[in-house]
Ligand binder design. Structure first.
Ligand code: NAD
Ligand code: ZN
Length: 278
């Protein structure tokens, strides 16, 4: 469990940093009523992750949509609202203390909370995309079609098959999101990692990239030419806020503040405001 001293330390780190980036995962939205994947009541206790691969989708989109409707009910049924953790991040942005959020979440809650620069690393489940023409539509439209028996639901423009606009296993990260996330991770001086088990790659690589110092490269991104990785930087500070330790803890992150994001972030925010004299 976290201590008040850790809250104060994080607030001091935020006040003294200049380029702050947050990396968020499903754990920041559990307090909005959306289950995470790998926590105790996580989605993978009810569904099999192997069913949500791109090849399974292509092989049998109708069947995929049937499962997806069930999963969608879990993820998006209660009209979820941003919780105090999302709202605290929105306020940090307003204070000029958060450049952007890189989120693995597909629930759109950071945008609803008011953050204006949200990089959706794994897409957004509130949209669907036509796999033929690339046109995007609201998820509700696909749900209506699927509920009316149109399985798989099809594009209004070209009749192509619609796919949830979230990144499935085996699918690449959207290029724009990957490029910008890498750039933000390389350039930040503080990364706050919130509610992620840090086992899904390449997202879990981002804190390691933030931490990189000159001449130090992580193996998974060995494909990147050295001149793009050697950035003459000192290496960012990495703070974790999570309900439990992760593979980053004690290895990549400078410290873990252990507990609920919806409690911890508002406390940090209040302390930041106090230090800034607000
Ligand atoms: P994860 O489920 O693997 O891990 C969540 C982590 O958050 C766990 O370590 C858990 O202990 C912690 N946690 C749970 N509640 C917390 C709280 N209140 N405060 C602080 N920590 C808390 O999630 P992940 O690392 O984001 O990876 C899962 C993948 O699943 C992501 O790629 C994402 O796309 C997807 N996903 C998204 C949503 C969503 O959009 N809300 C929900 C489930 C899964
Ligand atoms: Zn189309």
């Amino acid at each position: 469990m976290y201590t008040e001293e850790e809250i104060k330390k994080a607030a001091r780190d935020i006040v003294s940093a200049e380029k702050i980036v947050a990396l968020t995962g499903a754990g920041i939205s559990t307090e909005s009523g959306i289950p995470d994947f790998r926590g105790t009541d996580g989605i993978w206790t009810k569904f099999d992750p192997d069913d949500f691969t791109y090849s399974k989708f292509i092989k049998n989109p109708a069947n995929y949509w049937k499962m997806s409707l069930e999963l969608g009910k879990l993820l998006l049924s209660v009209e979820p609202k941003p919780n105090p953790a999302h709202l605290a991040l929105a306020k940090l942005e307003k204070l000029g203390k958060l450049r952007c959020i890189i989120t693995q979440n597909v629930d759109g809650l950071h945008q609803l909370a008011g953050n204006t620069d949200v990089i959706e690393f794994h897409g957004n489940l509130r949209r669907v995309v036509c796999i033929v023409c690339g046109e995007r539509f609201p998820y509700d439209l696909a749900i209506r079609k699927a509920s009316d028996g149109e399985l798989p639901p099809r594009c209004e423009k070209c009749n192509g098959i619609l796919k949830p606009d979230a990144v499935l296993f085996e699918e690449p990260i959207p290029k724009y999101a990957l490029d910008r996330s890498l750039e933000e991770a390389r350039n930040c001086d503080l990364m706050i990692v919130i509610g992620t088990s840090a086992v899904v790659y390449p997202a879990a690589e981002l804190p390691r990239i933030a931490k990189e110092r000159d001449g130090y490269r992580m193996s998974l991104f060995g494909l990147y030419p050295a001149d793009r990785v050697m950035t003459h930087k000192k290496g960012a500070k990495v703070i974790e806020i999570n309900a439990e330790p992760t593979p980053l803890t004690g290895v990549v992150s400078d410290y873990l503040i252990e507990g609920k994001a919806g409690e911890i972030l508002p406390k940090i925010l209040r302390e930041v405001e106090r230090l800034l004299g607000l």
